[in-house]
Ligand binder design. Structure first.
Ligand SMILES: [Mn+2]
Length: 369
């Protein structure tokens, strides 16, 4: 575990300010992962506000869906402008692309932006280095949240001084605290860097606003997915594996929520939940979420070695400390309504995923039967 502090880095903050200055007056696209979470959303907000200082117009774009009720609340309550990508959005209007809380591997926008020849300007992220894009400015720190990094820029005052009388600054500070909280299990898994960032933001955030964002209940669909995960789970050697079958695109975020719930069981240190999400049109994707409390388990390595990569060498999964996820395209097998065929398809994916995960976990025997 890396114990050196990563918050309070004035050198990086000044480098970020210099980067923005050299791009003054431009239009930037801030590409978020396909299913943006509060860490990504709040960090992108911070980029937008800081960039505005240099007359840079930053638009926050994502291609998937915002499905978690709390995330929707965040967007609505703070009336954030997030753009959902559709083919009618002309990408050539942007001078450059910025990736926040991701390194281009978890957004479908990457390929589109590269194809359009949009230069990769910056990566600000806290996941393990992916090395796919070569940006002009990189700040990848092994901290608990992307919000930690952007808060460090704000703290340094190199770009902009936050003002407690400015509503947009209060909203940003509140959103960043929400990002820090959700990314660290309510600060329970927060490192010193996250706590320093939260302490800095506490002077500006609005607790009532944060409570409003958090006071959102789970949908029926999410409860159903959690119920399925509970009844289907296989507990073995501290691992809890649960396949939940098919789920609607809108319920996609129920998968990490189910994993969050499964890890609360006695003697379980690692919970993995997965299902097949049926997207718009006929797209189908196996999505999975991992949560672990086992400090010696490197989730990123675990998923990469368990699930491997596609023909282009892109890993199906990855992660950070304590959490991770994976996405596997169903590909040629997608798009059928025949119930026998659908059951067979699920059984095949379920068996393959479970076998690979148990093998990587060192729990040989693969299947329970
Ligand atoms: Mn994050």
């Amino acid at each position: 575990m890396d114990l050196a502090p990563h918050f309070g880095d004035d050198v990086r903050a000044r480098a970020f300010a210099a980067f923005l200055e050299s791009h003054g007056g431009e239009a930037h696209i801030v590409a978020l992962q396909d299913f943006p979470d509060p860490d990504a959303i709040s960090s992108a907000m911070a980029y937008r506000l800081m960039a505005a200082k240099y007359d840079i117009e930053a638009e926050i774009v994502y291609e998937g869906r915002i499905s978690h009720q709390e995330n929707l609340a965040l967007v609505h309550i703070l009336s954030l402008e997030l753009i959902r990508f559709t083919d009618s959005l002309p990408l050539d209007r942007y001078d450059g692309a910025v990736y926040v809380d991701n390194q281009g591997t978890t957004t479908r926008l990457t390929d589109r932006l590269v194809e359009q020849g949009i230069p990769t300007l910056a990566i600000i992220d806290h996941h393990a280095p992916q090395g796919v894009l070569q940006p002009e400015f990189t700040d990848v720190r092994p901290v608990g949240a992307a919000a930690t990094i952007v808060t460090d820029y704000l703290r340094s005052g190199s770009v902009l001084e936050l003002d407690a009388d400015e509503q947009s600054h209060i909203n940003l500070a509140t959103a960043l605290v929400h990002g820090l909280r959700t990314e660290t299990g309510g600060l329970v898994r927060a490192g010193a860097d996250e706590l320093l960032a939260a302490a800095y933001l506490s002077r500006l955030m609005d607790p009532e606003l944060l409570e409003t964002i958090m006071r959102v209940q789970r949908s029926r669909g999410t409860m159903d997915v959690i119920e399925t995960a509970l009844s289907n789970r296989l507990v073995k050697g501290g691992f809890s594996l649960a396949g939940v079958g098919y789920l609607r695109h809108a319920d996609r975020d129920a998968v990490p929520q189910a994993a969050d719930f499964l890890i609360t069981e006695e003697n379980v240190h690692t919970a993995i939940c997965y299902g097949i999400v049926q997207g718009e049109g006929e797209r189908e994707l196996v999505v999975g979420s991992v949560r672990t409390s086992k400090v010696t388990l490197d989730v990123d390595q675990f998923l990469k070695s368990a699930l491997g990569s596609d023909f282009r060498g892109r890993h199906y999964g990855g992660g950070r400390e304590g959490a991770g996820g994976f996405e596997i395209p169903v590909g040629f097998l997608e798009g059928t309504n025949d119930s026998d065929h659908m059951r067979l398809k699920w059984d095949t994916f379920e068996r393959q995923i479970r076998t690979k995960l148990l093998k990587a976990a060192g729990l040989t025997g693969g299947e329970e039967d």
